[in-house]
Design a protein around this ligand. Structure first.
Ligand SMILES: [Zn+2]
Length: 207
């Protein structure tokens, strides 16, 4: 199945994960509705190195990647419930209990550090790099879980918003000065709203 490029308008990867199902034009698109879609989205999001994606694709058992995509969608919709409930006000310590499933997921992480050559121009010739063991397709959920955890720990939920487009489902973190962002993008919902307001003004003028 061919999909348009995924949407990265959330200004936070955890929100972009929630935006991996959306209606960019008229037809809803779920970028992670099967295993191949999940690999593709993770690649576009740069959450998993291409070599790891290749290796997981080669070694997965039949149906295994699709099942991982099922889990990813369940994770996405569970987390969407949390964000929808809490956006628009600051998170509190008391909200942690609700995030327990996310901590369960993160417990399974297999990250480690390794020494690698530093890029040219750095002061030191070697540097420490974070890496992850990619033993099973399930490991694909770990960087996603980390992005969701980063969102709740570093993003000001007061400024997490849903696009005001009447049928739009996209979420974003409003990092603008003054926090006046209203739309997923001007090209999508912003212009539609401007045109609708314009038609409304013309009509009001004629009445
Ligand atoms: Zn929108």
């Amino acid at each position: 199945m061919s999909r348009p490029p995924a949407m990265f308008i959330g200004d936070a990867l955890g929100l972009d994960f929630l935006n991996s199902i959306a209606t960019p034009v008229d037809t809803p698109v779920d970028w992670i509705d099967d295993g191949e879609g999940l690999l593709n989205w993770l690649d576009q999001a740069r959450l998993v190195p291409p070599e790891a994606l290749d290796s997981i694709r080669r070694h997965a058992l039949p149906g295994e990647l699709d099942r991982t995509a099922d889990q990813a969608r369940r994770l996405r919709e569970w987390f969407r419930g949390f964000v929808r409930e809490h956006k628009g006000r600051p998170l509190a310590v008391g909200d942690l209990a609700q995030l327990e499933p996310l901590n369960r997921l993160l417990e399974g992480d297999e990250t480690f550090s390794r020494i690698v050559p530093a890029p040219a121009g750095e002061d030191m010739p070697l540097q420490l790099e974070a890496a992850r063991k990619w033993r099973t397709p399930q490991a694909l959920l770990l960087p996603v879980g980390e992005a969701l955890a980063q969102l709740v720990c570093t993003e000001e939920f007061l400024h997490v918003k849903a696009c005001e487009g009447p049928t739009c489902t996209l979420l974003f973190a409003d990092h603008t000065r003054g926090h006046r962002r209203r739309w997923c993008s001007m090209a999508l919902c912003g212009n539609r709203a401007k045109q609708a307001a314009h038609r409304h003004r013309i009509k009001a003028h004629q009445d």
